[in-house]
Design a protein around this ligand. Sequence first.
Ligand code: MV4
Length: 518
Amino acid sequence: MADYKEFKKVLIANRGEIAIRVARACRKMGIESVTVYSEADRNALHVRYADEAYFIGPSPAAESYLKIDKIIEVALKSGCDAIHPGYGFLAENSEFVKACEANNLTFIGPNTESMYILGDKTRARQRMIEAKVPVVPGMKDPVKDLDDALNRAREITYPIMFKASAGGGGKGMRLIHSEDEFKEVYDLAKGEALNAFGDDRMYIEKAIVNPRHVEVQIARDKHGNAIHLYERECSIQRRHQKVVEESPSVAINDEVRHKMGDAAIKAVTAANYDSVGTVEFLVDKDMNFYFLEVNTRLQVEHPVTEMVTGIDIVKMQIEIAEGKPLSYKQEDVKQVGHAIECRVYAEDPDKNFMPSPGQILGLRLPGGPGVRVDSGVYSRGEVPIYYDPMVAKLIVWDIDRESAIARMKRALSEYIVKGIKTTIPFHQKVLRNEDFIKGNISTDFIDKEVLVKPQPREGSLEVAIAAAAIKEYLREKELKSKLVEFNETCASGSPWKESGRKSAMFGASFGDIYKFST
Ligand code: MV4
């Protein structure tokens, strides 16, 4: 009985590396891929990779990648069966899912009902408590008023986390140490939540001190079959942006690992979830784990799980959307070796991670055994200012953590990006850090360990730095446009050879492209 529908053509409503990752899965599966692009992305790599690409509007995401009507229109006109949202943009927008359904297009992701349950943090918590998934000790319902809040906080005991029901991913969250502090920030926090989410419901959780962030990759099909693909350790974050992820986590043992996997399956089953997804947990120093939230999308860090399990998660996600039953049973899923991912951002680690957009003047990607690069950019391509500054992910696999760290160091030393600043040197610093090497990492790792250099605090200083950076950006841009003109007048053969030949004109800027930094 074939109660599934194989897709022939899929629209990818995203850009950059993830659009390419999805298009690769499509090509492997014999599915045609259609991408969309904004003004700033006319020459983007995802546009060149896909089988077809359509212009959808001006550079700001609100006028292009977030335009539901426009994306649906392209999907219908180009004859697609389904839409893959990637991550970010429309990936967790239930209005978009409804628009897909209304137009007979399959949304490659979960059903709207499970998205609704899991999208609201208090609702998700209630569901998990009913399903007996361990949650952080705290409230089941939002606070009524300040008095109620103070009473509940006294029962839970300080320190507490005051969280927005509509928040998530660290947004709308405050750590509070005392009753006095709570009185002071109560109205402020509610105002911020209202402003950010249009919803000021807040609830209280006991604060877990120096927690680790460990998440479990799951997959559940439309027939009720569910598996987990083990965990990812994501404690190395900066301002709730993950920087390095790995699998397995050094924070847990096999017993806890299996308990977490089971809890994750219980969590998604309780929400009648039907796609691939991620269940986030906090882990305390005694290896107790607590449910935080479910990410109802394909995640940036999915490759580390692919490397240790050998499972193509995007293919699995597409097959679930087609209505196929899972092709793996839990006992078929093995976690082998160790994988690490470094997210490469177009940011300047020496200037407080300020975005560093512009033209890439030279690019050399690492390779060799156990190395994977999911990159959304190419040499001479532009990194626009309009979108997330993550330009690529470097993922390595090796037999154990120590070897994987060595392999990542080797791969980072091969990775050369010219023209823009990236977080590659920062990753090299993290990988040399003694606590990281020992696996001694919690969510305050970066602030505590790596950013030892004091960052400017004063407003005037920050403004001065921003002004200097803009000036530098404009200067470089001018230089680059001259360079492109020059190269275009004598374009022939490989651009690499060409840039090597012309390097004399621009001093050392190209001369060292072929040199490794080890
Ligand atoms: C917490 C917590 C401590 N106690 N909840 C941040 C992301 C969001 N998903 C939840 N977060 C946290 N929730 C309680 N009850 C600490 C964090 C947290 C954190 C979690 C994971 C990774 C990095 C973090 C950085 C700061 C705070």
